[in-house]
Ligand binder design. Structure first.
Ligand code: GLU
Length: 386
């Protein structure tokens, strides 16, 4: 076992994705005993200091059972109707089961747009953080009732990976009916072996999961590897494990079989690499020397240190933060639209609410949303003089 491999209870923030078949029996409906064992596991993780989020599938499956719809061949509208019926029951079941441990549940329903547009992404992230801060367990699913085929995830594996990156989780656990990634499809090849540790998702690993559109990809391994790519590149490790037994997290804690996908790097670095490298700044925030110093010591950018704001950007867009001479110091995601940022530039944090008419974030660019991209003043000079 390499040094990076951890038990769930050693992780700080965990997203557990639960497949429909684990929670819902086609005839009997909700598998209450399984759910109760799962919430016991969640309570145990929390008792050890971990923050836990659940991405729970099962809305469509549960709604289908309640509405007595056939198991396959549902039209999109029928699935949406089933999801509407099933989601109420699903959320209630989670809420009741968690309450046995004195834990409050909060429901979050997301669409693809919510995770791909940075403005909504930031709002979603703020809500998740707030729920965790209040000690609640977010119970998350795709908002299947409004998501049409072009704009839906369709699978909760990738949704869970997006949630994990959005929440800065350090572990994503995908629970379904398969206990990990095999060298070949285990039902077809008796020599197939479980791969215990995947250091990086290489083309060979992808090939083992079955290419897009192949017979094998329908087994669900492809979306799990896609999820692995999303999670690990942003610094979140991933486990694929079976959830068929009761209390699968306890099973993992006790050395149960699984595949471990190592995180590419530590979360902050991966996220900041993404901010620094992948996005084109659409605006510019010029800051004074005091703010520049604060940024170099790892602080957030407060409006008080902002001299002026240029460009037209929306909240969540990437901006360049520049020094008085216009040299780039950092890049980050702005917590304000350009218009509002201009209004509060140079103002104290306490004045924001009065100026804007709403209580905004205290930082214009939060340090978690910022990557230092320039050099410290003196170094820059040295470089220029050289
Ligand atoms: N969002 C779907 C549901 O709750 C499940 C999608 C999936 O199984 O991955 O029914």
């Amino acid at each position: 076992m390499s040094g990076t491999r951890k038990l769930p209870s050693d992780c700080r923030r965990i997203v557990i994705k639960i497949g429909s078949a684990l929670l819902v029996d086609r005839k009997a409906g909700l598998k209450k005993a399984w759910l109760d064992a799962m919430t016991r596991d969640i309570a145990a993780l929390r008792a050890k200091g971990a923050e836990v989020m659940v991405v729970s599938s099962g809305a469509i499956a549960l709604g289908r059972t309640v509405l007595k719809l056939p198991a396959t061949g549902l039209k999109l509208e029928e699935s949406q109707g089933a999801a509407a019926v099933g989601q109420i029951a699903l959320a209630r079941a989670w809420s009741e089961s968690l309450s046995q441990h004195g834990i409050v549940a909060g429901q979050i329903l997301l669409t693809l747009g919510d995770t791909e547009q940075r403005r909504q992404y930031l709002n979603g992230r703020a809500t998740i953080n707030q729920l965790l801060k209040m000690g609640a367990v977010p119970i998350i699913n795709e908002n299947d009732t409004v998501a049409t085929s072009e704009i839906r995830y369709g699978d909760n594996d990738r949704l869970a990976a997006r949630v994990a990156t959005m929440a800065g989780a350090d572990l994503l656990v995908l629970l379904s009916d398969i206990d990990g990634l095999y060298t070949a499809p285990p039902h077809l090849d008796p020599n197939a072996m479980l791969i215990e540790e995947i250091a990086a998702i290489t083309p060979e690993i992808e090939a083992m999961a079955g290419g897009a559109g192949s017979e094998l990809s329908r087994g669900g391994m492809k979306t799990k590897i896609d999820a692995g790519k999303i999670a690990t590149t942003s610094g979140c490790a991933m486990i694929i494990a079976s959830g068929k037994m009761d209390a699968p997290i306890s099973a993992l804690e006790n050395g149960g079989r699984h595949s471990w996908f190592a995180a590419a790097t530590v979360p902050v670095t991966a996220r900041k690499t993404w901010i620094a490298g992948q996005l084109q700044p659409v605006g510019r925030i010029r800051v004074d020397a005091g703010a520049e110093k604060a940024l170099h010591s790892g602080k957030s950018l407060l409006p008080a240190g902002v001299k002026d704001v240029s460009g037209d950007f929306a909240r969540g867009d990437t901006v360049a933060i520049v020094d008085l001479a216009g040299r780039e110091i950092a890049r980050g995601l702005s917590a304000y639209d350009a218009e509002d940022a201009r209004l509060i530039a140079g103002k104290k944090t306490g004045e924001i609410a009065e100026i804007l008419g709403y209580a905004g974030r205290s930082a214009m660019v939060h340090r978690d949303d910022m990557a230092m991209t320039g050099h410290k003043g003196d170094e820059t000079k040295d470089r220029e003089n050289a």
